[in-house]
Design a protein around this ligand. Structure first.
Ligand code: MLC
Ligand code: AMP
Length: 497
């Protein structure tokens, strides 16, 4: 099914009206209640100027009401633009200016900030304010074409400015529809939701799997092992980044018995180490199902539900996804087994970057394949293994950090001659951000980190800053990051012992 997204929502709201859709603390919402709130909120949004094709920016705490802002935006035919709650003013300024939203929904404490950004032109409100003024009338869903944009999610880049990935109605509807079959979702499922709702993983993958199948979802404000463990005996599915599984295994209360009611643990957004995969199976008897995806494409590959879930592999391409491995420069498709750049095509692949036609064109091959930036190969059984990234990207706890952005901030400082930002293995986050700098004058790494917090979301701030008299360079004068990665590979090793 590749129609418009809200029609898919509406079909579920109607088919499962009396079932519980979402639970948060003691509050339970049926599908019918969520539909009613969505329709009324859509009326409110429309009165605020949220018309078809307009953007609604949301930087909110996680709550059912915040999720309904997403549903209502889609019902208005508008474009949802979620932002990480950690983003700082300078980060927000860029997104708000680039995407020109008609409305920003933010935390009470960020009102003044949002009033300032984008030349002070934004209409600003909060979730609480929206819900305090819900009209009685429900706005009828505004029809949209499959190719219309439903959401813009910003991803940074190895160079240049962050790019807004335009995801269409059909991208989101088709990916969700395919996943509920592939992962066998049913109305009997209850999913533990501890992810943020501003990324593809927590917003589209988790929420759409539940919504499209008539299942139910329990919202936790964030991942906390003890809260997740308490829910497990009454739940069936969890989706998480590898850090979730690492933290669960670190808790002795996580036992085979606690996990015995669960039918599925899905991992993605970052590599799940084969060691963790095996330790998880040993402890619980469950094999984590690892899948691979991207903001621009939704879900691309998945280990099978019934067949072998292979540690260290992300599985074969999902139904409807064409995946090949090519030589980066020439684009020549490589034979099975050879390592190259992973390229993908399908109904799930985004429409392009918001107002960046040239950038968009440069990331697609002439035959429509999108160049992911991930390096990998396909084995004899059709399973994909990712072996690295062509893009200079660090994935820390499932969140992407582009070294170029952090380096630019450090290079701008008068007490830094030059900086190199690298990812090093970390027992909890998988990779941690580390900066290596050549200081000018007195060096105080902690003060430098503190100062960076003003401009950078906390997860991007280096966990440590190392000073060197000189950064290692090759004969061309380029900083040898590979050498730095090797030198500091054990920096956080002690914590894991
Ligand atoms: C928080 N911090 C992080 C961090 N998260 N630092 C590095 N990496 C992270 N991921 C910061 C905090 O601000 C804090 O900084 C310090 O690190 C310790 O925080 P914590 O208490 O340990 O963090 P916690 O709140 O528990 O969060 C960790 C986490 C969270 C792993 C639970 O980051 C998370 O939920 N990650 C999931 C992200 C996600 O949804 N990714 C999907 C992207 S979609 P300080 O300095 O203030 O102490 C995608 C496509 C796909 O990739 O395929 O899915
Ligand atoms: P994002 O831009 O946040 O959507 O991140 C997408 C990137 O996350 C991909 O290009 C991969 O590099 C990485 N990723 C997602 N899932 C996996 C996985 N299962 N294993 C390794 N890397 C992954």
């Amino acid at each position: 099914m590749t129609g418009d997204l809200y029609s898919r929502f509406a079909a579920s709201f109607e088919a499962h009206a009396d079932r519980i859709f979402v639970e948060e603390d003691a509050r339970r919402w049926t599908y019918a209640e969520v539909e009613a709130a969505t329709g009324r909120l859509a009326s409110r949004l429309a009165a605020l100027g949220v018309l078809a094709g307009e953007r609604v920016l949301a930087q909110t705490d996680k709550s059912v009401e915040a999720l309904i802002v997403y549903f209502a935006t889609i019902r208005c035919g508008a474009i949802y633009l979620p932002l990480n709650i950690d983003y700082t003013e300078s980060e927000i300024e860029y997104f708000a200016t680039d995407a020109t939203p008609v409305l920003a929904v933010c935390r009470e404490t960020s009102r003044t900030l949002f009033g300032r950004v984008a030349g002070g032109r934004l209409k600003v409100t909060t979730v609480a304010e929206l819900f305090a003024q819900l009209p009685v009338e429900k706005l009828p869903p505004v029809p949209r074409a499959p190719d219309d944009i439903a959401a813009i999610l910003y991803t940074s880049g190895t160079t240049g400015k962050p790019k807004g990935a335009m995801l269409t109605q059909a991208n989101l509807a088709s990916n969700g529809e395919m996943l509920i079959d592939f992962w066998r979702f049913s109305p009997e499922d209850r999913l533990i939701h501890a992810l943020p709702i501003f990324h593809v993983h927590g917003l589209f993958v988790a929420v759409h799997c539940v919504l499209f199948s008539g299942a139910s979802i329990v919202f936790l404000p964030k991942f906390e092992a003890d809260k997740v463990l308490a829910l497990m005996p009454q739940s069936t599915v969890m989706m998480g980044v590898p850090t979730f599984y690492i933290r669960l295994l670190a808790d002795p209360a996580f036992t085979r018995e606690v996990a015995s009611h669960m039918r599925l643990f899905v991992s993605g957004s970052a590599p799940l180490s084969a060691d963790i995969h095996r330790a998880f199976e040993q402890r619980t008897g469950h094999r984590v199902l690892e899948r691979y995806g991207m903001t621009e494409t939704g879900m691309l590959t998945s280990n099978p539900y019934d067949g072998e879930r292979r540690a260290g592999f992300v599985g074969p391409p999902l139904p409807g996804v064409e995946l090949r491995v090519a030589e980066l420069e020439s684009g020549t498709v490589l034979p099975q087994g050879e390592v190259g750049i992973v390229e993908v095509r399908g109904a799930n692949v985004f429409k392009g970057y918001w107002q960046m036609p040239e950038k968009t064109a440069s990331e697609f091959r002439p035959d429509g394949y999108f160049i992911t930036g991930d390096m990998g190969f396909i084995d004899a059984d059709g399973y994909v293994q990712l072996v690295g990234r062509e893009k200079d990207l660090i994935i820390s706890g499932g969140l992407n950090v582009y070294p170029a952005e952090v380096e630019a901030l450090l290079d701008d400082r008068s007490d830094v001659a030059e900086a190199a930002v690298i990812g090093v293995p970390h027992p909890d986050f998988g990779e941690a951000v580390v900066a290596v700098v050549q200081p000018i004058g007195h060096f105080d790494g902690d003060a430098m980190r503190d100062a960076m917090r003003k401009d950078l979301a906390a997860f991007k701030v280096p966990k440590t800053i190392i000073a060197l008299d000189e950064l290692p360079r090759n004969t061309m004068g380029k900083i040898q990051k590979k050498l730095l990665r090797e030198r500091y590979a054990d920096l956080f090793a002690e914590a894991s012992a």
